[in-house]
Design a protein around this ligand. Structure first.
Ligand code: PLP
Ligand code: COI
Length: 356
């Protein structure tokens, strides 16, 4: 969208900070919120009334379209603090772009680009003490947009809210995860909304994921909806597989989220001299590699989970364990990307953005 002049952001500070209620050395993922949130409303055909206000409940009419027709999209980002107290974001303009790609698909009006960063910066400046400094922790940032207009008519809302809320968070997963390759359910389909970060994409995953959990797995590996032959994503992460010394990941498509971690990992791996193949990969190829010992690693990649190693996978009643390696691509790539994110290493790609 074209740059627009943003109305001045109103700031209302909390008089009741909750910051002392938290143990910053022992944070779960996404459970607690910082003191403030950024809000802007879409009304009368434009985004307006930008404000940073104390984190609080929202009151909506029961006929608000979000409840009935699921017009809702979101983003996931993190703010980091380095040892000198600098506040850093990782490729935030990618999230700013992607929320509008998602919004467009859900017939939600795009949020003007400059507004996104201005709102986020105003919020982070106010809640900078909420950015944890413990290794592996960060301030998880959740921008989201949803339909607030009323009425049961199945048509797009004429009113929306854009909100950014933050959650000081530790690791998303406790350790390695065991995954099940899905053969019945699909996360997305051609022509659908798989490439968008739409709330409904996640709702649709919960039931099949619960079935996998009942069988002893933590996550589902999504395959293509037509043949269930091609490996696509891992829950709320993109997926990487190492066969021999080649790192393989599926190409993005209208069914797959174009992950920012995924594309950063591809670049870092190439920079490390690792042979990277972005290509379609079948379940049969994966099973064969597991059987002949060439499958060395699998891991998921995403903002929340960073890089999450996979311990093994289940496919049609058989479990395949992955080897325990001393030196993994997952650990090497995780170190490279987190060193950039936390300002512990040179950022040759220009991905860090300081919030001043
Ligand atoms: N795939 C899905 C379905 C996701 O929800 C996410 C999480 O955001 C990702 C992949 C990873 O994307 P990113 O690295 O941009 O966080
Ligand atoms: C993220 O990685 O930021 C995500 O959005 C995943 C989320 C569903 C927890």
């Amino acid at each position: 969208m074209k740059a627009e002049t943003y109305p001045k952001i109103k700031i209302e500070k909390t008089t009741n900070s909750k910051i002392n209620e938290l143990d910053f050395n022992n944070l779960p993922f996404g459970k607690y919120n910082s003191d403030h949130m950024f809000v802007s409303d879409y009304k009368d055909g434009k985004w307006q009334n930008p404000r940073v206000i104390p984190f609080q409940n929202i009151s909506l009419d029961p006929s608000a379209k979000i409840f009935h027709y699921g017009q809702s999209v979101f983003e996931g980002m993190k703010a980091y603090k380095d040892e000198n107290g600098k506040i850093l974001l990782f490729r935030p303009l990618e999230n700013q772009k992607r929320i509008n790609i998602s919004s467009k698909r859900l017939a939600i009006p795009e949020f003007p680009e400059t507004f996104f960063m201005e709102g986020l910066k105003a919020l982070l400046k106010l809640d900078s003490d909420w950015i944890p400094t413990k290794d592996g922790s960060s301030l998880y940032i959740r921008p989201f947009v949803f339909a607030t207009g009323n009425g049961f008519h199945a048509s797009p809302s004429n009113e929306y809210k854009f909100i950014i809320a933050c959650s000081p968070s530790g690791a998303y997963f406790g350790g390695k995860v065991k995954v099940l390759i899905e053969q019945k359910y699909s996360r997305s389909a051609n022509g659908g909304v798989g490439y968008a970060k739409a709330g409904g994409n996640y709702a649709g995953q919960f039931y099949p994921t619960n079935l996998a959990i009942e069988k002893g797995y933590q996550q589902v590996i999504w395959t293509d909806d037509t043949t269930h032959e091609y490996i696509e994503e891992a829950g709320a992460m993109n997926i990487f597989m190492r066969i021999g010394d080649t790192l393989i990941t599926a190409p993005t498509s209208e069914r797959i989220l174009d992950g920012i971690t995924r594309k950063s990992i591809i670049e870092i791996a190439k920079d490390e001299g690792i042979n990277v193949e972005v290509r379609r990969i079948t379940v049969s190829e994966l099973v064969e590699a597991a059987e002949n010992g060439t499958l060395k690693e699998m891991f998921g990649a995403g903002t929340a989970a960073v890089i999450s190693p996979i311990a093994g996978f289940g496919f049609k009643d058989t479990d395949y364990d992955l080897p325990e390696l001393e030196e993994t691509f997952a650990a090497r790539l995780k170190k490279r990307i987190t060193d950039i994110q936390y300002n512990r290493a040179e950022d040759k790609f220009g991905w860090r953005m300081e919030v001043k």
